[in-house]
Design a protein around this ligand. Sequence first.
Ligand code: TXA
Ligand code: MG
Length: 342
Amino acid sequence: MNMTFLPVSPESLQQAAQILRNGGLVAFPTETVYGLGADAFNAEALAKIFEVKNRPRFDPLIIHIAALDTLENVADMSLISEEARSKLFSLAEKFWPGPLSIVLPKNEKIPGIATAGLTTAAIRFPAHEAARTLISLAGGAVAAPSANPFGSLSPTRAEHVRDKLGDKIDMILDGGPAQIGVESTVLDITGKSIKILRHGGTPKEEIEKLIGGVEENVFNADSSGGLASPGQLKSHYSPQKPLSVFSREEMLRLPYEADAAYLFFDGSTREAWLEGRPEAGGQDSAVFRTLSEKGLVLEASARLFEILHELEKCRISRIFAQFAPFEGLGAAINDRLSRASI
Ligand code: TXA
Ligand code: MG
């Protein structure tokens, strides 16, 4: 297929919106990761997303909107309780636009294929300006999973999309590297208790500060059986190299292996590890990467997939990675590392 690759501009956004209106597929930047968009009301276009990504039909897509007053085009608000409605509006006021997807009863205009047959849809109002402009120009509702083949690393740069899906889609809008670098948090507010289905760009602690305790339903499963959210599949986000993940203490005890990559969370752990291992650093040495020199989780999440993409291409045979602290965005980083691990 002839794919158009353009930087974000008023003209390229118009062109991209036209492609979406005609039932085509456009990869576009968001603040979390790049999305692979199709018109959320066009069942045939939605089917193409599943085909191109090789995504199982039981894995529902996230529906993106660009303004709060269009929420009712994609969600059926008559089906939620007063209590859920008031929580929704507090959440929307605080976190939208931003990296939070909220599961709501879907509007009947959204074809069943978008939600994998579920009566609910995960709705997201992204903060990225180009994403919002594109969504509005394309008619107000764009379904978009991450723009990667199913089960592989999520794309945080337009080049990642080009490398893996470039010959299968109509257009890629290049908006530079993603700011947050891990996907949105998925929150289900349709049940009695509110549940986090996926850790992501909006930390659980922030959500709890606003609406009180939320349950977690993000267990690692090895198959699709009984999952509340199909994105919980264990084998998600895998790099093409075996990856193992360790606490700081475990990491410090790891022996040196020349054909491995060591992915440290912070500079201080790397320096402590390197001390007393003079064999590391020679000509044919192992590869060392650090998510954030100062140990800042936002910087670490923004770089996580980018570094994993790079290590996937390096001549190493395995990756040893260090967990982030389990706070704030650290929960999302650790979730992705666990799922990427063997
Ligand atoms: O940050 C993001 O959310 C990115 C960007 C492009 O916006 N999108 C993204 O989409 O990560 P995707 O398809 O890779 O993840 C969608 C996940 C599903 O795998 C599932 O876990 C959850 O969102 N999901 C979608 N609809 C759902 C529903 N109705 N009920 C429960 N979970 C749902
Ligand atoms: Mg994905």
